[in-house]
Write a protein that binds this ligand. Sequence first.
Ligand SMILES: Nc1ncnc2c1ncn2[C@@H]1O[C@H](COP(=O)(O)OP(=O)(O)OP(=O)(O)O)[C@@H](O)[C@H]1O
Ligand SMILES: [Mg+2]
Length: 253
Amino acid sequence: MADDEQEYNLPVITAFSFKGGAGKTTLLALLGSAALVSGYRVIFIDTDGTKNLASWHEAAVKNDLWPENAQFHHAQDVESVIQIIDDAYDSRSADLVLLDSPGFATKALDEILGVSDFVFSPIQMSQPDAVSAEATRAWMLEYYDRLAEGVQGPVHCFVANNIKNASRPSMTERKYLDHAREQLPLVKTIVPNRAAMALMTDTGPLGELIKRQTSDDYKGQRVNVGHCTDLLKIAIEVMNDILANNVWEKEDA
Ligand SMILES: Nc1ncnc2c1ncn2[C@@H]1O[C@H](COP(=O)(O)OP(=O)(O)OP(=O)(O)O)[C@@H](O)[C@H]1O
Ligand SMILES: [Mg+2]
């Protein structure tokens, strides 16, 4: 029991970005999908007023695609977030918390980061994204400065998202990738542009979607299961990168 006590851990990973539409909610759903497929008990918490994660959960329930090892909460305030995490920790009822944060600086955001172990910011390869990613990073560094002495803030990284061909980025994508690798803690795994992302967003966790697609009695429209499986593999790599802070170093570039 005592050993067990030491081993139990409940990492909280938060998606955060000042740039709207960079893929916060989508990547959170993707990472959660991968963790659920691996059998982890995942708590999703939506603290974003746009409630996109909540809509995703609703769609999944409607489609009968919300798995038993997933929990969803929409939290109105930080106290509720803390309560959900504390309850899960005390009852050991989850292995991972994924939190969608509001994309603007508020006192609540400070407190949400205060309960986070890891924070990731999606970044797409465009001029506006490059500019706002720098603002996001600068804000994060100021946040670290605001912390009381001895308090450790969450580990922050960026995830390159929505690249057309991840193994052969275009010239423009390459330009922004190089810039991000130089300027930001950018994780090594790149998330490609995939139609399966929109399908996941509209329908529910990717693993459940694959299960349904490959079941014999499924009569609906078939999707490219290979692409979905591929995305899950990428998501596992991204998750490992975030947890290990596996970011580009100058000598890697
Ligand atoms: N890798 C990807 N491939 C294809 N589509 C993607 C990808 N990443 C994001 N998208 C699409 O981009 C759109 C915006 O993504 P998303 O809603 O996750 O962004 P967000 O950062 O959460 O935005 P908001 O600021 O509104 O919360 C969605 O329609 C999503 O399906
Ligand atoms: Mg969102």
